[in-house]
Design a protein. Structure first.
Lengths: 315, 335
């Protein structure tokens, strides 16, 4: 029983998040103000998608350094196509998703066909996607974002930002993927043991490519939400996603070698990171400390995961 | 100069032609010829000086990644370590009034210390250096930003800044010979010292190395410390060029160095799986990257497209490398 609770990825995190939230609420009444909660939820919306984008790839035992570059490329394509070509919003969203799907396809096909480590492939595609972004925008933002998009970025319902709907739907779908669908199980099987997965008839190439496409689509959604939130197509969108994209899944108990992830754990990881960020702001601590905390948090999480693995390993 | 513990000898003249180093040297010659023809400004003493200066810096950045790749690990924190060390050195020179040489030594020692931390964490936690250095790149950079309040040291002593202006023969920056000396030192280290050979052996096959008496964990820590020291040296060179120690000189959390850091060794034939090192290849790889960047910038079309070109080159390089090893594999199985 005790082992069951310890073994669950998310229980400890849930307690940590609860304690942190309660503590903040007690010592800093501003924490519970509707505006602060709204700001928190907006951060959560964006970061949850970024974290999911990385988590899907961690599940298959790879890594995707290009998550931020895909998000950025989609963000400027989304904003740019509306400003320059006057595309209607739905068409621009479809264009953004299509570009992301292509990026994911490239990552997936390249890693699978060549057998080169995803690290190098996505480092190269990171530069290519980011390079395209810089080449197209010449490092200048697109300002002509339609009012509908801007309004969506600002809209709220009783303190809940409208954009929260996007990550909520995405999280549910990803949870269903990994807990109820054959494809999700195949991804985890592949991540846990590639050789065994091949022998048991899983079409590895197909699974790898689909995982990369899903990852890219999630990054694209994050990129477009960032445009709605910033109210402009900023070329630097995605530049600072890398650390966070790994931090949340790792805090959530993901095994970097693949085969084990937790959707709920990853979401709680995002919640904890968001709370810490918020605490730094509310307590008037230097925002420069954020990087320091994120780095420390990853180390602690990895250390705890290792410690738990060793404890739970059959003696 | 490729050194493999498993030995890649007996390839003959054809093998030599197909080797990374010769291929790279030929490519560089072709590129220089093209750029020099298209744009006469490319070979002007002014441009050659700027080119050789950046080239030296890129070489040291590439070498600092190379020494960790050899162990089968990697060091994402190269840029963070470089900047953090330089900021310490800059503080020592400008604020604490420490003479230039001791300050530079302090910076390099601090880089080695940060690398040592990476190595220790990797070994103690038993996880891949990817996640450790991902965390420490954020940690080191964050600590540096908090300590410096993101402010630059831009009143460095003249004697330090003058190092960046050093030139030989009218157009060769002092940075280039320095990088070549560092490269030579590393070549000797990996080929002539037992510790260097142990690092290679441990990188190729940790279990076998452990069984034959190599302390694998120690080799990993040493490689990371060496990488940190080289990262700090690259940072010092960059600061001397800029005439200031800037917190932003390696981009956001030092990510700006990642591409050159991986490009040079990967182009040069150092395997990411560890155990194989090519110091000459890394040096040539860095030279090629610098020449392409400089050439594109000179052509005026490149400014915003350089990064994409470098990404395509990395992709092409790893694909070629892969194709070559597949062909070699087939030939072996036929013979």
């Amino acid at each position: 029983m005790l082992k069951g609770i310890w073994g669950s990825d998310w229980f400890g995190l849930f307690v940590v998040a609860l304690v942190a939230g309660t503590g903040l609420a007690l010592f800093q009444p501003a924490f519970l103000s509707p505006f602060n909660l709204y700001v928190l939820l907006i951060s959560f919306s964006l970061w949850a998608l970024v974290a999911m984008a990385q988590m899907v790839i961690i599940a298959i035992g790879q890594m995707n350094l290009s998550v931020g570059a895909i998000g950025g490329l989609v963000a400027i394509s989304f904003a740019g196509s509306m400003e320059v070509w006057g595309l209607p919003v739905p068409a621009a969203i479809l264009l953004g998703l299509a570009i992301a799907a292509l990026c994911g396809l490239l990552n997936g096909v390249m890693t699978h066909v060549t057998g080169i480590s995803a690290f190098v492939i996505t480092l190269a595609t990171l530069s290519i996607f980011k390079g395209l972004n810089i080449g197209i925008t010449e490092a200048q933002p697109f300002y002509g974002v339609p009012d509908v998009v801007k309004a969506f970025g600002n809209a709220r319902f009783e303190g809940l930002p409208h954009m929260l709907i996007v990550p909520v739907v995405a999280i549910i779908l990803i949870w269903l993927l990994f807990n109820r669908m054959v494809l999700g199980r195949q991804m985890l099987a592949l991540g846990a043991n590639r050789h065994a997965a091949e022998l048991s008839g899983i079409r590895v190439g197909r699974v790898v490519v689909i995982a990369h496409v899903i990852s890219a689509l999630l990054a694209a959604m994050a990129g477009m939400l960032a445009v709605a939130r910033l109210q402009l197509g900023q070329p630097t969108i995605g530049d600072d996603w890398l650390i966070l994209s790994f931090a949340a899944p790792v805090i959530g108990g993901a095994v970097l070698a693949g085969g084990h992830i937790s959707v709920i754990g990853t979401c709680l990881g995002v919640v904890i990171v968001t709370l810490i960020n918020n605490a730094l702001v509310l307590l008037g601590i230097d925002p420069f400390f954020v990087q320091l905390f994120l780095g420390g948090l990853i180390l602690i999480a990895v250390g705890l995961n290792r410690w738990r693995e060793r404890r739970l390993a059959p003696a | 100069m490729a050194t493999a513990t498993t030995g890649r000898g007996g390839r003959g003249a054809l093998g030599l032609l197909a080797s990374n180093e010769v291929g790279l040297a030929l490519l560089i010659a072709v590129l220089v010829a093209i750029f020099a023809t298209v744009n006469p400004g490319f070979t002007s003493p002014f441009n050659l000086f700027a080119l050789s200066r950046v080239m030296g810096i890129d070489m040291v950045i590439g070498l600092s990644m190379m020494v960790v790749l050899v162990t089968g690990g990697l060091n994402l924190a190269v840029g963070s370590i470089g900047v953090a060390s330089v900021m310490l050195g800059g503080w020592a020179m400008q604020v604490a009034g420490v003479p230039v040489l001791p300050s530079m030594t302090l910076a390099v020692a601090f880089g080695a210390f940060l690398g040592w931390i990476n190595g220790q964490l990797t070994v103690r936690m038993g996880v891949h250096s990817f996640i450790v250095t991902l965390a420490t790149m954020s940690l080191f950079f964050g600590a540096m930003i908090v300590a410096t309040r993101a402010e630059a040291f831009n009143a460095l002593p003249r004697s330090f800044v003058d190092l960046g202006k050093l030139r030989y023969g009218g157009f060769v920056s002092g940075m280039l010979p320095l990088a070549l000396i560092v490269g030579l030192g590393l070549w000797l280290f990996f080929n002539r010292t037992s510790l260097g050979r142990e690092i290679l052996a441990a990188g190729a096959n940790p279990q076998a190395a452990e069984l034959s008496g190599v302390r694998v964990n120690r080799t990993i820590v040493v490689a990371h410390a060496l990488s940190g020291a080289l990262g700090a040296l690259a940072g010092l060179m960059l600061a001397a060029r800029n005439g200031a120690a800037l917190p932003s000189m390696a981009g956001h959390i030092g990510m700006g160095w990642l591409l050159p850091a991986f490009l040079a060794p990967v182009l040069g034939g150092t395997l990411l799986t560890g155990g194989v090192v090519s110091v000459a290849g890394t040096v040539l790889g860095a030279a090629m990257v610098t020449i392409i960047t400089n050439g594109l910038l000179q052509l005026q079309i490149g400014e915003f497209w350089v990064q994409m070109c470098l990404g395509l080159i990395l992709l092409a390089a790893v694909l070629l490398d892969r194709a070559r090893s597949v062909i070699a594999e087939r030939r072996r199985s036929v013979a």
